[in-house]
Every structure is written in structure tokens, then in C-alpha cells.
Ligand binder design. Structure first.
Ligand code: PMP
Ligand code: GLN
Length: 381
């Protein structure tokens, strides 16, 4: 059999989680919470199940959930998306992203990704027959370099993928960044896929930082698939429910693929989410919730020989390992998991060429006791 994805093995998240559980390590590798979600959310889903909402929902998602998503986007970012024609409920952000790519990328079309990038983007583009154009984020700071992005756009460019707050670097794009992107794309018909799964995890509001959704920028929103994930926002990564908001013409193309790659997303979870979303507090309180965990983890790590990078958003903290070890990132993460009992993710996993800058990613979406246990082990290094 000739493989369609020669460069692809098993995802780093699965590899590291498997090793962490084999070695009984504290798992700060794969991004997922180790604490429970709000019982109210579980009750809302259970209520939907027991009241018989268990058959196929409408292809695009249950109307009450699409209405709730639309209301949230309007309230937070000021644009009205039509719940019938512009919002689709997906099986997590993963399915949203591949579906958007399959819907718009023709064989030979170029798609720009900014490296380091989430590991599904490149294989998704390749499966669509697209040509991946990699533009590096600025080494060291991971800020977007708009001269490089601009230079990467060609007549063949179909789309660009962006991700803020960013996995793995935990940087957050500013309003000026978004305006620069809007200016660059203005004379083109390049589409935007904006991966905003960590939209509710932007820290340091007192320093004026806030999530700059592409929704806020008319010149971007008009060409964008906005992607988010309830898994991140409500601590339920295993439920695999997210959504895409996009102008009607793009949504129509998106749904042509969606109806054949997933068709629908599970019904009771959608109803449960819709009623839970009526209360905005859980997502409005999320930045403070995670900022406290970030600060707890950072203050612990600051006492070790790891060098901390900024964490402006997401639930990740990157750290430079050069004072701690001579190993490369990937070997270091395996060693750290096996010998020290803490799992982390090498940043090289987010680069096509495995670029190794001696930086690893920790996930702090964990109970305080888990974070403290990890710090105790890391402090030995
Ligand atoms: N994009 C990014 C940047 C992510 O970190 C993740 C989650 N790991 C996803 C997409 C996928 O989200 P989901 O679990 O909802 O499919
Ligand atoms: N997005 C999560 C991370 O970056 C993992 C999701 C997955 O395992 N595919 O850690």
C-alpha cells in the first residue's frame, strides 16, 4: 500500500500520554484537564438524554445551540452570524479544521501555515491535495512576521491558517497583528481559517490583553472560518464538540463536506451545551481560573533551572531546557517522563523539519496538586 501521508506517524500527544501512563508519570504533556467539568453541564446533558433527545440532530447542529453560539459571538466580538446559514456544530475543532480545508482547497492550491503549528494542519492540507507553505513565526518570540507572511502569498494561495492564543507557544496576537493580517489579505481572495480554540484563555487583562478574534475584523471575518472547541472552554475535551462560524457562502461549501465526513454531532451533548451556555459566567471566568494556575505553575518552575517563556494565553507554558540538559527536545521529553516522572511535549513536534530550539511545552490545565507534584520533581533537575 502506498501511504498517503509518508511523514506521519502516531501523534506526539498519543505517544507521550502512552509513555506517561506506562511510567506512571505526572502528565503535563497532552493538553487536557485532569479535573472534572461543572456538574451542571453533566446534568444538562443527562437531562437531554433522559428526555429522549437521542436521535440524529439536524445536519448543521441543533438550532438552540447554533443560536447560543451566534449570541455569544455577537456579545463578545460584535458580529451577527446567522444561526441557520453561518454556524455549524462540529465534532471538535479537529473535524472543523479538516472539513474547512477539504471544502475549499483544490489539488495544487497553496495553504500557508505559521510554524510551529498544531499537528493536524499539515496532514489535513496534504489530504486535500494542497501544497503546504510554511512561514516561521519569529524564532524566540513566536510573533508573526508580516513581511514573511506577505512574501509567502502567491496567486496560488487559497488559504492561511492562524491560531491565537497559540498552541504550543502560548502567545496571543494583538489588535495590531490582526490589522496587519487584514491589510495584507485585503487585495487578495485568500481565505482565512482562524483556530480560536483557546479564545477564553487570554491572560493579563489588566495589561490590556484580550482575545482578538478574527470575528472583530470585518475584512477578516468576511473571508474566515472561525473555529472553536467546547472541549477547551468547558473542560470536556473528550466530548469532541466544537463549531465553525463562516459567512453563508463558505458555510454552504463547508456543509457539503461536513454532511459526508461526520453528518451530525451527538445530540444530547449539543442540547446540554445549549442550555449551559445561557449562563456566560463559565467562559467569562475562565481567564481568571487559568491565570491562577499559570501563575502557580510559573512560580514553581521559576525556582527550577528551566527558563520560562511568556504564557499570554492557552493552557500551555513553554520552557527552555538548555540549563537542565544536553539532550535534544524529543529525547529530553522521553527521559523526563521515564526518569523524572513528568511528561512534556517537545516543540519540534510542531515543525515539519523537527526544528529543535531546546524548548518544551507543559500543560497546566491540571489540579493544583498535580502541578505541585510536577514542580517537586522538576526542582530536582
Ligand atoms: N487546534 C488546536 C490549536 C488545539 O490545541 C486543539 C486541541 N488539542 C485542536 C485544534 C483540536 O480541538 P478538539 O479537541 O476540539 O478537536
Ligand atoms: N490539542 C491537545 C494538545 O495540543 C491534544 C489533542 C490531541 O491529543 N490530539 O496537547
Amino acid at each position: 500500500l502506498q501511504t498517503k501521508l509518508p511523514a506521519v506517524g502516531t501523534t506526539i500527544f498519543t505517544v507521550m500520554s502512552t509513555l506517561a501512563s506506562e511510567k506512571n508519570a505526572v502528565n503535563l504533556g497532552q493538553g487536557f484537564p485532569d479535573f472534572e467539568c461543572d456538574p451542571k453541564l453533566v446534568n444538562a446533558v443527562t437531562d437531554a438524554m433522559t428526555s429522549g433527545l437521542n436521535q440524529y440532530p439536524p445536519m448543521a447542529g441543533v438550532p438552540v445551540l447554533r443560536e447560543a453560539i451566534s449570541a455569544k459571538l455577537h456579545k463578545l466580538y460584535g458580529r451577527s452570524y446567522n444561526a441557520n446559514t453561518e454556524i455549524t456544530v462540529t465534532a471538535g475543532a479537529t473535524q472543523a479544521i479538516i472539513t474547512a480545508i477539504l471544502a475549499v482547497v483544490h489539488p495544487g492550491d497553496e495553504v500557508i501555515v505559521l510554524e510551529p503549528c498544531y499537528d493536524s494542519y499539515v496532514p489535513n492540507i496534504e489530504l486535500a491535495g494542497g501544497v503546504v507553505v510554511r512561514v516561521p513565526l519569529t524564532p524566540g518570540t513566536f510573533r508573526p512576521d508580516f513581511d514573511k507572511i506577505s512574501a509567502a502569498i502567491s496567486p496560488k494561495t487559497r488559504a492561511i491558517l492562524i491560531n491565537s492564543p497559540h498552541n504550543p507557544s502560548a502567545t496571543v496576537w494583538t489588535e495590531a497583528d490582526m490589522l496587519s493580517l487584514q491589510d495584507i489579505l485585503a487585495p487578495t481572495d485568500v481565505l482565512l481559517i482562524s483556530d480560536e480554540v483557546y479564545e477564553h484563555m487570554v491572560f493579563d487583562a489588566d495589561k490590556g490583553q484580550t482575545h482578538q478574534s478574527a470575528v472583530r475584523f470585518p475584512g477578516l471575518a468576511a473571508r474566515a472560518f472561525i473555529v472553536s472547541s467546547f472541549g477547551k472552554t468547558y473542560h470536556v475535551t473528550g466530548w469532541k464538540v466544537g463549531y465553525v462560524a463562516a459567512p453563508a457562502a463558505l458555510t454552504a461549501e463547508f456543509r457539503k463536506v461536513h454532511q459526508f465526513n461526520v453528518f451530525t454531532v451527538n445530540t444530547p451533548v449539543q442540547y446540554g451545551l445549549a442550555s449551559y451556555m445561557l449562563d456566560a459566567r463559565p467562559y467569562l471566568e475562565l481567564p481568571a481560573f487559568y491565570q491562577r494556575k499559570r501563575d502557580l505553575f510559573r512560580s514553581g518552575l521559576a525556582k527550577t533551572r528551566f527558563k520560562l517563556l511568556p504564557s499570554e494565553g492557552s493552557y500551555f507554558q513553554c520552557a527552555d531546557i538548555s540549563e537542565v540538559s544536553d539532550l535534544g527536545e524529543a529525547d529530553f521529553c522521553k527521559w523526563l517522563t521515564s526518569e523524572i516522572g513528568v511528561a512534556a511535549i517537545p516543540l519540534s513536534a510542531f515543525y515539519g523539519d523537527g526544528f529543535d530550539q531546546r524548548v518544551v511545552r507543559f500543560c497546566f490545565a491540571k489540579k493544583d496538586e498535580t502541578l505541585n507534584a510536577a514542580i517537586e520533581r522538576l526542582a530536582k533537575l
